[in-house]
Design a protein around this ligand. Structure first.
Ligand code: ADP
Ligand code: MG
Length: 365
């Protein structure tokens, strides 16, 4: 099987288990992003694929070959790290060609590969410059260039944009997505930033404490999170969680301190079948609105009272730091750019977008 596979891979340092067991299957040519909080084992996983860390158990396959015990240079991978040290005394061309020169490739081939990579990364005009005369973004592109000239089967990225400012990060995300299109290579990208994951990935792997929580497209993990962890991790601002109790009647409701919301459609059936009446309710900030606003076809709005402490103006929306009953919630209300700061009072929630979780296991109902 082509692509990259981790098969029941485990990793321990002495008595400390970092990866209890992980099985992942990356398709050839896909852009996969492994995302999770700091310390969850993302770098360890990537470094095992690269061969920079030994596995404690299980096996790894790249392009159909078992590489579990192969040296990094035998794996046909190229890696870009967060802290990419460029050689300060070499110019851009020298930095980019370093590995090829070390490997003793013919001069004409090296020049051609550097030329192509530089064009792709828009570095053609900078090939003679030293790193100190480049901007942060240009230096980051040189680090990418060093990987690209190798034309590996699989590219591994470990938080390569973390040291850049927000604006540059955003443009580099677009460039990376384009680069993936042009190269068509398998790319596995590690980040703690769910926005990076959502914007770039064909498929997202969400990890927590060394365990894969969900694998899916950005749309799947946002719309159908498997559990409370994924629901809270994906989406910005984060989903609000409130304690609620299911109350049967003509219409099933979830009721809690300061709210009573009707449960719609298939979710009502699943909630009725659920063993416990005590649940956690998940409300995404973006599914609140001012009363009377229309949503999509499925939208069914219910009133909810928000006690607003702070309204943050961000142009097209306002972020409200508010309370429902005694619980803090965030609401992101779409309003016109001329809107006055929103105040406490009646708002609406799109009840077709409610999530319910088992309060014990955190699994989505
Ligand atoms: P992430 O990249 O998701 O932030 P890492 O893969 O770097 O996380 O680390 C996962 C866990 O493994 C962390 O708790 C870290 O402290 C631990 N760890 C990493 N390297 C070592 C090591 N060489 N020895 C012991 N523990 C380590
Ligand atoms: Mg890391």
């Amino acid at each position: 099987m082509a692509g990259v596979q981790l098969i029941r891979v485990t990793k321990s340092y002495g008595t400390v288990t970092v990866i209890p067991e992980i099985t992942l299957d990356f398709d050839e040519g896909e852009f996969a992003v492994i995302v999770g909080p700091s310390g969850c084992g993302k770098s360890t996983t990537l470094r095992m694929i690269a061969g920079l860390e030994e596995v404690s158990g299980g096996s790894i396959r790249i392009a159909g070959k078992d590489v579990t015990w192969a040296m990094p240079k035998e794996r046909d991978i190229a890696m870009v790290f967060q802290s990419y040290a460029l050689y300060p005394h070499m110019n851009v061309a020298g930095n980019m060609s370093f590995a090829l020169r070390l490997a003793g490739r013919p001069r004409a081939e090296i020049e051609e590969r550097v030329r192509r990579a530089a064009a792709m990364l828009e570095l053609t005009d900078y090939l003679e410059r030293k790193p100190k005369d480049l901007s942060g973004g240009q230096r980051q592109r040189v680090a990418m260039g060093r990987a690209i000239v190798r034309d590996a089967y699989c590219f591994l990225f470990d938080e390569p944009l973390s040291n850049l400012d927000a604006k540059l990060r955003s443009s580099m995300r677009t460039e990376l997505a384009l680069l993936h299109k042009r190269l068509g290579r398998t790319m596995i990208y590690v980040t703690h930033d769910q926005i990076e994951a959502m914007t770039m990935a064909d498929r997202i792997v969400i990890m927590e404490k060394g365990v894969v929580q969900q694998v899916g497209s950005p749309r799947e993990v946002y719309n159908k999170p498997k559990n409370r962890f994924v629901a809270g991790f994906i989406g910005s601002p984060s989903m609000n969680f409130l304690d609620g109790e299911l109350q049967d009647g003509d219409q099933l409701h979830v009721v809690g301190d300061g709210f009573s919301l009707p449960i719609q459609g298939d979710l009502a059936g699943r909630a009725r079948a659920h063993g416990s009446r005590q649940v956690t309710v998940g409300l995404r900030p973006e599914h609140f609105s001012t009363p009377g606003r229309s949503g999509n076809e499925e939208s069914i709005f219910a009133p909810v009272t928000l006690d607003v402490a702070v309204a943050e103006y961000i142009g097209s929306s306002q972020f409200l730091a508010a309370k429902i009953g005694g619980a803090p919630v965030t609401a992101a209300i779409e309003v016109g750019p001329e809107s006055e700061p929103l105040a406490s009072g009646k708002y609406a929630f799109d009840t077709s977008r409610i999530y319910l979780f088992d309060r014990g296991t955190g699994l989505t109902l």
